[in-house]
Every structure is written in structure tokens, then in C-alpha cells.
Design a protein around this ligand. Structure first.
Ligand code: ADP
Ligand code: MG
Length: 264
């Protein structure tokens, strides 16, 4: 079976008037259909850059990006990208915000509107359709952003720290909801997070990246009992703490490498 995402020796350099910044170096990652992969690594290690490259928003300086075996040219409705901030438009109702992707891709009709209503309902947002973003809590707005991302039925979801602005309880609830929603629909997902326990609790695989430049450090397969448990309960599974410590050590080492160099 073809991988859903294949990055081959991807390197990216940001260039501006003053400097050239090597953000990602020689990174190769392959993600299977239906797989849920988390990317973790120190701030500035190129996680957002990588998601933008996969989304087709950033053209890598070198290397190949294949989606289902094809080279991508620009953005595609096949991929849904959920940014860290919810970016809901304050002047649009919740329903109109949730429908924006459908509108932009000219797919807004009675059938897709019904789909959006069902998604809102499934996320506990039934009855909020006519409200405006400022009338909702942070967790609710984040769920609207998720509905908006799912509304166009993308096969591949890219999630950039979607829970980082939320309180712990809301975050745990949303983790369960997202994993349940994506597994039920057999979607492929790439999640960026700096929360290690979240990465392990929701993913099939956790990839630790090095910083300066962003590169592959180590990949951890999450054992079956943890994978098959709901994220909330995954944290209680046997082996969770051991894996947490093992990944933590890699993360620390990936950060220390840079600090050591800066201190020298
Ligand atoms: P992360 O999401 O892991 O925090 P980013 O992908 O945002 O990392 O950034 C990786 C590196 O590239 C950082 O050093 C950052 O400062 C730099 N960078 C990101 N975006 C730009 C840009 N538009 N122009 C120049 N440098 C950038
Ligand atoms: Mg980022």
C-alpha cells in the first residue's frame, strides 16, 4: 500500500534580506494510511514548517513530498490543516465559520450543510449555530475549528498544537473526541504537540525531532495496549510511564545538543 505521506530528504531554508535559516535538514518520513503520527521536539525545530510543507503551503528547498505517491502542487482539499489558533472570523456565525472550507471549495449545498450540522452536534455544539465566536469558550471555539477542518472530509489531517491554549480538562476531552472521530472515519493524521504524554496517548507513532536544524532524531512505535485505549485511559496503561521516560530522554538530548553548542 502506498504511504499517505512520504517526505524524501526534505530540506528547507528560509531566506530573507538579512539571513538564510536552515529550518529542516534531510528529513525523511513515511506515514501509512490511517496512521496517527505525532511530531515532538523543541520549539523552533521545524514542526510547523513540516506541516506547511505537507499541506503544500511551503515549497521545500530540496527533496520530495509525495501524497499517495503523487507530487503535490499547492494545496488540495484532500488535506485539512488545523492551525494552533482557531482563526474563526468574529463577524461570522458558528455555522458560517464551520462552512467556510466548503464555501471556498464550492461544495456548500444542502447535503454538506447537513453534514456540518451533524458534526457540530457530535462535538457537543448543537444549538450554537447562530452564535458568534466571542460567545463560546476556548474549548468550544477549538471544536468549531475542528468541525470546519473535517467539513470538507479531508483524508489527511494536519493538527498544529490544537490543544495548547486549553485548560487541562478540556484538552483531555478534546483528545478523546479527536481520536474517536478520526479513527471512526479512518483518517490519517499528523499532530504537532509539545506535550509528550498527549503525543503518546493519542498516536500510533511518536517522532522526536532535533533542533537547529530540524532533523529526524528517533521514532517510537506506541505499544498496542496504549494505542487501543482511549487517550484518557492510555495514560494509565502498563508501559506508558516507561515509554514516556524513554521519549523524554530523547527530547532532552535533542534540546541539550543545541544548548551545549550555544554555551560553548
Ligand atoms: P516549530 O513549529 O517547531 O516551533 P518552525 O517550523 O516554526 O518551528 O520554525 C523552524 C525554524 O525556522 C525556527 O528557527 C524559526 O525561527 C524559523 N522560521 C520559521 N518561519 C520562518 C520564516 N517565515 N522566515 C524565517 N525563518 C523562519
Ligand atoms: Mg510551531
Amino acid at each position: 500500500m502506498l504511504p499517505t505521506v512520504e517526505l524524501r530528504n526534505v530540506t528547507h531554508v528560509y531566506v530573507n534580506e538579512r539571513e538564510a535559516k536552515l529550518a529542516v535538514e534531510q528529513l525523511s518520513i513515511s506515514i501509512a494510511p490511517g496512521e496517527f503520527v505525532s511530531l515532538v521536539g523543541p520549539s523552533g525545530c521545524g514542526k510547523t514548517t513540516l506541516l506547511s510543507i505537507i499541506a503544500g503551503l511551503v515549497n521545500p528547498t530540496e527533496g520530495d513530498v509525495l501524497i499517495n505517491g503523487d507530487r503535490i502542487k499547492g494545496t488540495t482539499p484532500y488535506i485539512g490543516y488545523m492551525l494552533q489558533q482557531d482563526y474563526l472570523f468574529p463577524w461570522r456565525t458558528i455555522m458560517d465559520n464551520a462552512c467556510i472550507g466548503l464555501e471556498l471549495t464550492k461544495q456548500l449545498n444542502e447535503v454538506t450543510k447537513e453534514r456540518v450540522l451533524n458534526l457540530l452536534d457530535g462535538m457537543g455544539l448543537g444549538g450554537t449555530e447562530k452564535l458568534y465566536p466571542h460567545q463560546l469558550s476556548g474549548g468550544m471555539r477549538q471544536r468549531v475549528a475542528l468541525v470546519r477542518t473535517l467539513a470538507t472530509e479531508p483524508e489527511l489531517l494536519l493538527l498544529d498544537e490544537p490543544f495548547s491554549a486549553l485548560d487541562y480538562q478540556t484538552k483531555l476531552q478534546l483528545e478523546d473526541l479527536i481520536v474517536e472521530t478520526l479513527k471512526a472515519r479512518e483518517k490519517t493524521a499528523v499532530l504537532v504537540t509539545h506535550d509528550l504524554s498527549e503525543a503518546i496517548a493519542v498516536s500510533d507513532r511518536v517522532i522526536v525531532l532535533n533542533r537547529d536544524p530540524g532533523s529526524m532524531r528517533r521514532s517510537f512505535q506506541v505499544p498496542e495496549p496504549i494505542r487501543s485505549a482511549q487517550p484518557f485511559y492510555a495514560r494509565e496503561q502498563h508501559g506508558f510511564n516507561d515509554l514516556f521516560h524513554e521519549v523524554w530522554k530523547e527530547l532532552e538530548a535533542s534540546d541539550r545538543k543545541v544548548r551545549g553548542r550555544n554555551n560553548a
